[in-house]
Design a protein around this ligand. Structure first.
Ligand SMILES: Cc1cc2nc3c(=O)[nH]c(=O)nc-3n(C[C@H](O)[C@H](O)[C@H](O)COP(=O)(O)OP(=O)(O)OC[C@H]3O[C@@H](n4cnc5c(N)ncnc54)[C@H](O)[C@@H]3O)c2cc1C
Length: 320
């Protein structure tokens, strides 16, 4: 790769990690313990997506579960112990065409680094209703794998008409007594096989031309007010105790897509079986490159892979 000419006195980091979710902090833990002195740019959501949820029951090591914010605070304390520097700043633009790489941040800083780990995650899309925002983590969720277990024996609703909506609705029938699938139009966008599975599942009730007008309840979901998209008529459903959004995710990849291969939605594409990308020295980890598993443990696992890849890459360049 071409070498960049640096301004006099410029400090060059060994590794900068963008993102402070499970992927970023695990990459920080490993690179800090490898004496690489990582700098983490935490972004606007320090701790990542788990800070907006309540119980996490599927992260190994916590027999009785742990609250999402507490888990992330513990990870933060763990990486700080080994000297990781954490800064409340985010990358808005970068230059990855020569080494060292250049990162421009929202605080107006310019950072030079030999390696970069992009662990900026993805955000689930929501409908944007104030009642939905208020009840997130209290009956409103965008992650069936994470929260389905909390809805055993009750009626719930899933919003969406694509593959993930059908898949999540099917999965949720393992727990819920009935899954109401709310579809705004008169057809599903999902693949034929996913449609068939959903339509033939006796526990899934599809409601065509239906959208959520409001989530009812003060402290937890006590029902929904739904709207007929043709007539605008609204009906209250007091039988529904949970709402799952399955209307897609938005990867936080805007500053990087100019430089790296990505899919049509913006997920960054790394090399299969590693955290490497097509740019030597740039690595990806967590939900920014994973639209399949989207779990804290898989994000943490790929953060570990990125850190080990960083270490090996720096070694191959003559150490640090
Ligand atoms: C409501 C909810 C409940 C969930 N429950 C569970 C659960 O019970 N169990 C489970 O395993 N998983 C759960 N998940 C999924 C889990 O949270 C994610 O899979 C995981 O957090 C992904 O980790 P990540 O590090 O890749 O990204 P994220 O956690 O999304 O973190 C991304 C980080 O990147 C930062 N960032 C973004 N843009 C920039 C930028 N330009 N520069 C610098 N930093 C940036 C953000 O501030 C953030 O710190 C849940 C998700 C949600 C939304």
């Amino acid at each position: 790769m071409t070498s960049r000419t640096l301004p006099a006195g410029a400090v060059v980091e060994n590794v900068v990690i963008c993102g402070s979710g499970p992927a970023g902090l695990t990459a920080a833990l490993y690179t800090a313990r490898a004496n690489l002195g990582p700098l983490v740019l935490e972004g606007m959501q320090p701790g990542g997506q788990l800070t907006i949820t309540t119980d996490v029951e599927n992260f190994p090591g916590f027999a009785h579960g742990i609250m999402g914010p507490e888990l992330m605070e513990t990870m933060r304390a763990q990486v700080s112990r080994f000297g990781t520097r954490l800064e409340l700043d985010e990358v808005v633009r970068c230059e990855l065409d020569a080494s060292p790489f250049v990162l421009h941040t929202s605080n107006g800083n310019t950072i030079y680094t030999r390696t970069l780990v992009i662990a900026t995650g993805a955000s689930a899309k929501y409908l944007g209703l104030p009642s939905e925002t208020r009840l997130r983590g209290h009956g409103v969720s965008a992650c069936a794998t994470c929260d389905g277990f909390f809805f055993r024996g009750v009626e719930i609703a899933v919003v969406g008409g694509g593959d993930s909506a059908c898949e999540e609705a099917n999965f949720l029938t393992k727990f819920a007594s009935t899954v109401h699938l709310l579809v705004r139009r008169d057809s599903l966008r999902a693949s034929k096989i996913m449609q068939q599975r959903a339509l033939q599942n006796p526990k899934i009730k599809v409601h065509w031309f239906t959208e959520v007008a409001e989530v009812l309840g003060e402290k937890e979901v006590e029902g929904l007010r739904v709207r007929d998209t043709r007539t605008g008529a609204e009906t209250a459903w007091s039988n529904v105790k949970g709402l799952f959004l399955a209307i897609g995710h938005q990867p936080n990849s805007a500053p990087f897509v100019q430089w790296l291969p990505h899919d049509e939605v913006g997920y960054l594409l790394g090399e299969a079986g590693s955290a490497r990308t097509q740019i030597p020295g740039v690595f990806v980890a967590g939900d920014i490159q994973d639209k399949v598993y989207r779990q804290a443990i898989t994000a943490a696992g790929s953060g570990c892979m990125a850190a080990i890849d960083v270490e090996r890459w720096l070694e191959s360049q003559g150490g640090h």
